[in-house]
Ligand binder design. Structure first.
Ligand SMILES: NC(=O)c1ccc[n+]([C@@H]2O[C@H](COP(=O)([O-])OP(=O)(O)OC[C@H]3O[C@@H](n4cnc5c(N)ncnc54)[C@H](OP(=O)(O)O)[C@@H]3O)[C@@H](O)[C@H]2O)c1
Length: 198
């Protein structure tokens, strides 16, 4: 018996790193797991690791049309969600004075807008007793030069977690926010100007 037998979970940004580790563990515990990400090749490799309970749906969390397609597919195939992990996120590095509009929009669109609309669009599918898990970062709790915008999105996510926990309590839905410190993942190496403290 697994802890998640008969449960259905969504993990955004699950093709590598923390999201993939969560997806693998959830599947090992018996859940059907939907994995998202923008690169099909990385998703295919991830599903090969997750096994038969993994279902890949390619899409960008900052694109509301992609999110609509994702939840339409989950509705058709499973009709419910017991766990949502809004994990997809990126970290751009930019000291105040050198922050570009493009980097600002990229970071806020993926980390903040992506989290808000992932959870909002999941609401109709969430069962009583469902769990929503958000991904913050320890950079939200301390001053790390160059991570101002990234850390601000992660601080906002901690705030959203508190507010949504209160808003969803009457449906029996729990909302928790993970706040990891540095974790060695492909993402930390891939970001072109990523700070080692991310
Ligand atoms: N690693 C750390 O030290 C650390 C510390 C604290 C918090 N975190 C947070 O943990 C989360 C995961 O980070 P990670 O280190 O595991 O990074 P990672 O290895 O780069 O994984 C990020 C995942 O998100 C996907 N992704 C990125 N942008 C996306 C988008 N717009 N739409 C859908 N999927 C997207 C990536 O796939 P594609 O590129 O193919 O889309 C990948 O699957 C992030 O929210 C990050 O901020 C990480």
């Amino acid at each position: 018996m697994g802890q998640l037998d008969d449960k259905t979970a969504l993990v955004t940004g699950a093709s590598t790193g923390i999201g993939l580790a969560i997806a693998r563990r959830f599947a090992a515990e018996g859940a059907t797991v939907y994995l998202t990400g923008r690169r099909q090749s990385a998703l295919d490799a991830a599903v090969a690791q997750v096994g038969d309970r993994g279902i890949a749906v390619r899409g960008d969390v900052s694109d509301l049309g992609d999110l609509d397609r994702l939840f339409a597919e989950i509705t058709d195939r499973s009709g419910r969600l017991d766990v949502v992990v809004a994990n997809a996120g990126i970290g751009d590095y930019g000291l105040l004075g050198a922050i570009t509009e493009k980097e600002y929009e990229r970071t806020t669109s993926i980390n903040l807008k992506g989290t808000v609309f992932t959870v909002q669009k999941a609401l109709p599918l969430l069962t009583a007793g469902a769990s929503v898990i958000l991904l913050s970062s320890s950079s939200a709790l301390r001053a790390t030069p160059g991570l101002g915008v990234y850390a601000a999105t992660k601080a906002a996510i901690r705030s959203l977690g508190r507010t949504w926990a209160a808003e969803l309590a009457d449906r029996g839905i729990r909302v928790n926010t993970l706040t990891p410190g540095p974790v060695e993942t492909p993402g930390r190496g891939r970001a072109p100007r990523c700070h080692p403290a991310w």
